[in-house]
Design a protein around this ligand. Sequence first.
Ligand code: KIV
Ligand code: ZN
Length: 510
Amino acid sequence: MANSKRLYLFDTTLRDGEQSPGVSLNVDEKLEIAYQLARLGVDVIEAGFPVASPGDFAAVKKIAEKVRGPVITGLCRANRKDIDRTWEAVKGAESPRIHTFLATSDIHLKHKLQKSREEALVLAVDAVAYAKQYCSDVEFSAEDASRSDLDYLAVVIENVIEAGATTVNLPDTVGYAVPEEFGAFIKNLRERVPNIDQAIISVHCHDDLGMAVANSIAGIINGARQVECAVNGIGERAGNASLEEIIMALYTRQHYFGRQINVNYNEIYRTSRLVSTLTGMPVQPNKAIVGKNAFLHEAGIHQDGVLKERSTYEIMSPELVGVKTNNLVLGKHSGRHAFKERMSELGYELDDEELNRAFARFKDIADKKKEVTNEDLEALVTSQVRAVPERFSLSYLHICSGTSIVPTATVKLTIEDKTYEAASTGDGPVDAACHAVDKITDIYGKMHDYKLNAVSGGKDALGEVISRIEINGKMFNGRGLSTDIIEASVKSYIDAINRYYFEQQRYREV
Ligand code: KIV
Ligand code: ZN
């Protein structure tokens, strides 16, 4: 008999999460995140929306072919063309799933789909039955379920299960529900739908009113056995329920919830860092579980309490979620061996080539910064997860700037072992340097977003710049790391240009 305590974690970082405004990941970045999600041990990875674009299709296909362990699924609308394409993308997976959806609320039926309830029911059943011909594992989502008429929704659920849906997902699409109500909604449907036990009930809650996690938990208490969420809570508008918060609520209050999940808790922090770095979406310091302050005690009374007995003010241990508290620093005299050891303590097993690259970057940073902390090292390797080769690399930067002079920059870039130089003025030092880069590369970017984050404390902190650059009508994320924030900014601009160049090359090769 199936274990009724087992709860399945469905991660939608790469689909709903990627729908976060401003986020766009390339195929290799998505693959890197998918590998990490598999290491974390989620049960299902929603790898994308294959019909959305050729890039989305390629990412889902690649993840399906390469990532082993979790079920791999792709989302599709409830029509045969979308289902065909999604099956093409997921069929290479060890355990593929087709996830099809159709709205069931009157608001969506009337204004968005212009369909009657009866017409929508036919479409939903046909989609599930059609998907079932390809794949035994089919999920149906009743979009805007929480605002749907309960009697009608119950009929839809009964019929899609009859047609072969193995999971039925009931989203709070617009984040409108409140926990007590949402819990009662799930309970009610479980009581009304006669064949409900033939499928797994899933919840998928959005955070528009800040209740996505609470609503998901209410759903779980009332019998949902799959929960859909995203790393760092990213997703459409205000985002999805946060994966790490759900995991740690279930773990910390295990006796209360009594649900069983199978994850590697100490991969949580690294997963959060990776997603934040690759999406360019910073995690707020006070974010539960993975925020910078989540395990810091500021008040004297609290510090005193924790020193005497941690459980006075700590309900979870930072080590459990992979936050390293051994912050013994490395410096410029640290050798390759110590560096390798520390990387492995932090959970990064680098092959020789990766180690050489990371060590060279470490030495570079250690030359400028007395103490290199674990946070610096993590930023260094995560920013090394660069999917694109470096066509253009910064070899020299000279800035002239001040309160009463026109900012001027001289830049040298290395391109295939040759060095090219240009100078330019601009509105500020970063602007001047970016113009100089444009002159060399003949690629012209427009900066849309710019974030500077101090990786660790102190005046000599490592600065991480994440920028969003528009090049020929398309957006590219760029990342740069340096103790000098102008240099980090220019590196992040060049990174975006490399991504653009690499994508152009790829299209040329196809
Ligand atoms: O929020 C939502 O309703 C969704 C579905 C398509 C699953 O993302
Ligand atoms: Zn959603």
